[in-house]
Design a binder for this molecule. Structure first.
Ligand code: SIN
Length: 492
């Protein structure tokens, strides 16, 4: 399958989008997007800069003056149309996603449905935004609150979920009545541009959606978004390092921020776990998007009584997973999106082995079917030491690192001995333990007897250096709203 299989060629857009027009960069510069499975060039896009970003912000600000007055019902209607268009075009959207990100087609279709679910969810939430009447202490006064959109929202999305992270942010922003400037990752801008085509078709007014494309000017574009007085909200998903930089830049105007940053999820298997459940959940939590998710199972803690059985069953299961170009039938593990990820995986594996871990499977880059892409063998390391690099950093590759433990207290302390706290997974049949461990883990999300934390209706986000704010759920739309108190004197 290739680009020629697209039913709607117009979804493969190779321009930015500013003020309702497809736009090249003001400098004329361009960059290329490659297919990580083959390293072939997929597209050439405008390398936009700070000046282009100012134009996009200005268009969004102008559009906000009328968009903020639209009814919630109208915004919900546009969101529902956009949701339907995503599902109608699922094959094309999934193909574009697989070609630029590498994830297998089945998984890409899953991401399109996940992305669309945010549009449907926030269509409903738009009409559930309401203020309150507050009992006033002064008998002559009446107090009420209204919720209003913040203004222009900048939505900075990562390359690992190029569609879902756009709709999770933008769906909430548009539902709230904010207008938007999107900055997709330079490696994967094509999925976001296809979404802009569909959002425009759904009826969103000119200027409510703007897309800046950049690969090398990313710092300049980010700074322009953070430092503009017209941008009142910035939402970012990405690394903790960049999140801290954006937070410092946004401090200049006290721009409201949501940050979904790095994770280091513990995946804890207790002796009383069902082996099949543990293996299945671990495969999902680890190998989704080839290990490149913020909530991937990074530290697999396994209790001594089930350790050997779990490690052996996991290795056998992994051996059945087909690896290759994501467009091929039956492939479940695609390439990594970056060459940097390969170097990092190699460094983590070497370091683990130096600290006593044994390699049960994989361990090297490889080229299935003579492809030239960024492939890495699914890898299992056993007997990990908590001194290893993997204990502190996300591997972001298909590398399973298994750590032994003896008691609940010990594993909870080890899981919490970490600067970040995004996702976590607990596999146990004991109900009291589910409660205890879920309450004691210092994280934003806990998955019990499952390997996925993603649902539009469930708030997504972290604690500690994983950031703040929540996306999705009832909380997601609140991030784009402000509360205004109105106090009245009703005395004669
Ligand atoms: C992420 O990796 O940042 C998002 C994953 C998800 O929403 O499931």
């Amino acid at each position: 399958m290739s680009l020629s299989s697209l039913k709607r060629k117009d979804l493969f857009e190779q321009n930015g989008f500013i003020a309702d027009n497809w736009a090249s960069s003001s400098s004329g510069a361009t960059f290329t997007v490659i297919n990580p499975a083959t390293l072939e060039t997929l597209a050439t896009l405008p390398e936009m800069n700070g000046k282009d970003t100012e134009s996009a912000i200005s268009a969004a600000h102008t559009a906000f003056q009328s968009y903020k007055k639209t009814t919630a019902r109208q915004r919900a209607t546009w969101l529902r149309r956009w949701h339907s268009l995503c599902l109608e075009n699922i094959d094309d959207l999934a193909l574009i996603l697989t070609l630029e990100n590498g994830k297998p087609l089945t998984e890409a279709k899953g991401e399109v449905m996940y992305a669309a679910s945010f549009l449907e969810w926030f269509a409903g939430e738009a009409e559930r935004v309401h203020g309150e009447v507050v009992p006033a202490a002064n008998a002559s006064h009446r107090i009420l609150t209204v919720k209003q959109p913040l203004g222009v929202a900048a939505c900075l999305a990562p390359w690992n979920f190029p569609i879902a992270m756009i709709t999770r942010k933008v769906g909430a922003a548009l539902a709230a009545g904010c207008t938007t400037v999107w900055k997709p990752a330079g490696e994967t801008p094509l999925s976001a541009l296809a979404q802009a085509v569909l959002a425009k078709e759904a009826g969103f007014p000119g200027g409510t959606i703007n897309v800046i494309t950049t690969l090398t000017n990313v710092a300049e574009v980010g700074e322009a978004l953070c430092k503009s007085k017209l941008v009142r909200k910035l939402s970012f998903t990405g690394s903790t390092r960049v999140g801290k930089l954006l937070a410092s830049q946004c401090s200049q105007n006290l721009t409201k921020l949501s940050l979904e940053l790095g994770g280091n999820s513990p995946f804890i298997v207790f002796d009383d776990a069902k082996l099949d459940t543990a293996v299945e959940a671990c495969i999902l939590a680890k190998f989704r998007n080839s290990g490149q998710t913020c909530v991937t199972a990074n530290r697999i803690f396994v209790q001594e009584g089930i350790y050997d059985k779990f490690a052996a069953a996991l290795v056998e299961k992994i051996k059945t997973l087909k690896i290759g170009n994501g467009v091929e039938e039956g492939v479940v593990i695609g390439p990594l999106t970056h060459d940097r990820a390969i170097e990092k995986a190699i460094a983590h594996i070497r370091d683990a082995q130096d600290k006593g871990a044994s390699l049960l499977l994989g361990g090297s880059p490889f080229q299935p079917h003579n492809l030239q892409g960024y492939f890495f063998q699914p890898t299992v390391l056993s007997g990990m030491s908590t001194e290893s690099l993997t204990t502190r950093e996300e591997v972001f590759a298909p590398v399973v690192a298994i750590y032994p433990f003896k008691t609940e207290e010990e594993v909870t302390a080890k899981a919490n001995d970490c600067d970040v706290g995004l996702g976590s997974f607990v596999i146990t049949e004991s109900m009291p333990r589910m409660w205890r461990v879920a309450e004691n883990l210092e994280v934003g999300m806990v998955g019990i007897n499952l390997g996925m934390l993603s649902a539009a209706e469930s708030p997504f986000g972290g604690v500690k250096e994983s950031g703040y704010g929540r996306e999705g759920g009832r909380q997601g739309i609140e991030e784009y709203l402000t509360v205004k108190s109105i106090l009245m004197n009703v005395a004669n």
